[in-house]
Design a protein around this ligand. Structure first.
Ligand code: HEM
Length: 462
C-alpha cells in the first residue's frame, strides 16, 4: 500500500512539474497572458460554453493594450496571439516563408490531405493546382447554378406561405441559409442537384450536417489532435467518420466516372478537379486590378501561378471537394444568417439594398448574372460591413516552421522574443474588426464605412 502511495505521489509530482514547465513558457519571456488552468489552459470558458471563442479573443486582445503580442494556452499547447497589425503584415507577407503552414491537425487523416492542412511544397503545389478554379471567369460560370438553387428556395417558401393558414410562416433563418448553402455546394462543387427545402432529409444534406456538427466525439478528437497527434496517428483516428468519407468518396468517384463515360461537361468544381487531375487546368493572365475580378473573387496568387508536374491521387482530389463543402457550408450560411439579422434590425439598409437589387433586376430584364453582382455597389458595401462585423473565421492561425524574431513584446521590454519552430501564432481577426482604433463605434452596423468617400480611411491591413 505504502509503495502504491509513493508511486501515486511521484506521479502527481511529475504531472505538476510538467504542467509548471509547460505553463511557464510565456512568463519566462515576459509575455503577458491570462493565468492558465491545468489541462484546459485558457480554454475553460470556451469548453464550458461560458464564452464564445470570438469573445474569448476580444477579452485577451483588450486586456493587454500595451502589448504587440500576448500568450494563450489551448489545453497544453501554447500559441502567440498577435496584436500589432504591422507584425501581422510582416508574418503574412514579407516573412511568410517562416509561416507557410497551418498548425498540425493530425497526419494521414482525410482532413490533413486538404489544401487547408497540406504543408510546405505540397500546399504550394495543391494551391497552384486549384487556384485557377477560383478566378472570376470560373465563378462566373457557376452563378447560374447559384441562381437556380435560389429560385428553388423561393419557390418552396412561396408554397409554404400559400399552404399556411394565416398567409405567413415562421422561419428559422439559420436552417434556411444552411439548406441554401448545402444545395449551392452540392451543385457547384459536386455536380449534384438537390432541393433541401422540399426534400428535407436528403442524403447529401444529412451527411453534410453530420460531418460539420461538432459533437462530443469530435470535441475529444480535436483535443487529441492538438495535444497528442502521435496518439491519433497510432490509433488511426480521424475527425471524419468512415461512413461519411465513404459517401463523399463514392459520390466524387462515381460522378467523375459518369462524366468521363458520357463526355459530360458541366462547368463546376468536379469538372475543374478532373481537369486538374489531367493537368489541363490552365492559369489565367489576370492583370492586377482587373475589373473582371470583382469583389467576389481573388487574383491568382504568385504561388498559384507556378507551373507544376505533380500527379494527384483520386483521394487527394476527393479531399479537396470535401474541403469545399466544409469551408463553404458554415461560412456561407452564417454570413447569410447575419445578413438577414442586420437587414431586419436596420430597415433603412434593407430598403436601400432592395431598391438597388430591384433597379438592376429591371435594367437586366429580370436576368441575374455575375455582372449584376459586380454592378451592385451598395451590395458590396453591405457585404463588406457584414464580414467586418461578423467575420465567419474569427481567428486565423499559422505554425512557425523556422525560428523567428518577433521583436520586443512591448516598448518597455528589454529583449526580443524568438518564436521557436513548432510554435503556433494566431491572428485575431474578430478583435481587429472590433477595435475602435480601426473601426469607430465597432458594434454599429454601418455600410457607409465602405462607401467610395470613406473606404480610404480603413487601414487595409485590418
Ligand atoms: C464568407 C465566406 C468565407 C470566408 C469569410 C472564408 C474565410 C477563409 C479564411 C479566413 C481562410 C484561411 C486563410 C488562411 O489562413 O490563409 C479560408 C481558407 C480557405 N477557404 Fe474560405 N471562406 C469563405 C468561403 C469559402 C468558400 C465558399 C469556399 C469554397 C467553396 C472556401 C474555401 C477555402 C479554402 C479551399 C481555403 C484554404 C486555402 C489555402 O489554405 O490555401 N471558402 N477561408
Amino acid at each position: 500500500m505504502i509503495i502504491l502511495l509513493i508511486w501515486v505521489a511521484v506521479l502527481i509530482a511529475v504531472v505538476v512539474l510538467y504542467l509548471k514547465q509547460v505553463y511557464s513558457t510565456f512568463s519566462r519571456h515576459g509575455i503577458k497572458h491570462f493565468k492558465p488552468v491545468p489541462i484546459l489552459g485558457n480554454l475553460g470558458k470556451v469548453v464550458f460554453r461560458k464564452h464564445h471563442y470570438a469573445r474569448d479573443f476580444i477579452n485577451l486582445y483588450n486586456s493587454f493594450p500595451e502589448e504587440r503580442f500576448v500568450g494563450r494556452f489551448e489545453f497544453l499547447t501554447e500559441s502567440v496571439v498577435i496584436r500589432d497589425i504591422e507584425l501581422v503584415k510582416k508574418i503574412t507577407v514579407k516573412d511568410f516563408e517562416h509561416f507557410l503552414n497551418h498548425r498540425t491537425f493530425g497526419e494521414n487523416t482525410f482532413f490533413a490531405r486538404t489544401l487547408f492542412f497540406l504543408k510546405g511544397q505540397e500546399w504550394k503545389d495543391m494551391r497552384s493546382t486549384l487556384s485557377p478554379a477560383f478566378t472570376s471567369s470560373k465563378i462566373r460560370l457557376m452563378v447560374p447554378f447559384m441562381v437556380e438553387v435560389g429560385d428553388q428556395m423561393i419557390l418552396s417558401l412561396k408554397k409554404k406561405i400559400k399552404d399556411s393558414e394565416g398567409g405567413y410562416v415562421d422561419i428559422e433563418c439559420k436552417d434556411l441559409t444552411t439548406r441554401y448553402a448545402n444545395d449551392v455546394i452540392a451543385s457547384c462543387a459536386f455536380g449534384l442537384k438537390v432541393d433541401s427545402h422540399t426534400d428535407e432529409d436528403n442524403q447529401f444534406y444529412a451527411m453534410g450536417k453530420t460531418a460539420t456538427t461538432f459533437n462530443f466525439r469530435q470535441m475529444l478528437m480535436f483535443f487529441l489532435l492538438i495535444n497528442a497527434p502521435q496518439l491519433v496517428k497510432f490509433f488511426k483516428y480521424d475527425m471524419i467518420s468512415e461512413p461519411i468519407k465513404k459517401f463523399f468518396r463514392s459520390l466524387v468517384r462515381d460522378t467523375m466516372k459518369d462524366r468521363d463515360l458520357h463526355n459530360i461537361i458541366r462547368p463546376d468544381m468536379i469538372h475543374l478537379l478532373m481537369e486538374a487531375k489531367k493537368g489541363q487546368l490552365s492559369h489565367e493572365d489576370v492583370k492586377p486590378n482587373d475589373e473582371a475580378a470583382g469583389f467576389a473573387t481573388v487574383e491568382e496568387s504568385a504561388v498559384g501561378q507556378k507551373d507544376l508536374n505533380r500527379v494527384w491521387k483520386d483521394d487527394d482530389l476527393i479531399a479537396q471537394a470535401f474541403l469545399f463543402f466544409v469551408a463553404g457550408f458554415e461560412s456561407i450560411s452564417s454570413t447569410m444568417t447575419f445578413l438577414l439579422y442586420e437587414l431586419a434590425v436596420n430597415p433603412e439598409v434593407q430598403e436601400r439594398l432592395a431598391k438597388e437589387v430591384r433597379e438592376y433586376d429591371n435594367n437586366n430584364g429580370g436576368k441575374f448574372d455575375f455582372n449584376s453582382i459586380q454592378n451592385m455597389t451598395y451590395m458590396d458595401m453591405v457585404v463588406s460591413e457584414l464580414l467586418r462585423r461578423w467575420p465567419p473565421a474569427v481567428v486565423m492561425d499559422r505554425m512557425c516552421n523556422k525560428d523567428y524574431n518577433m521583436g520586443k513584446p512591448n516598448e518597455k521590454a528589454e529583449k526580443d522574443f524568438i518564436l521557436r519552430k513548432g510554435c503556433g501564432i494566431q491572428i485575431p481577426t474578430f478583435a481587429f474588426h472590433h477595435d475602435p482604433k480601426f473601426f469607430p463605434e465597432p458594434e454599429k452596423f454601418d455600410p457607409e464605412r465602405f462607401s467610395e468617400e470613406n473606404k480610404h480611411k480603413i487601414n487595409p491591413l485590418t
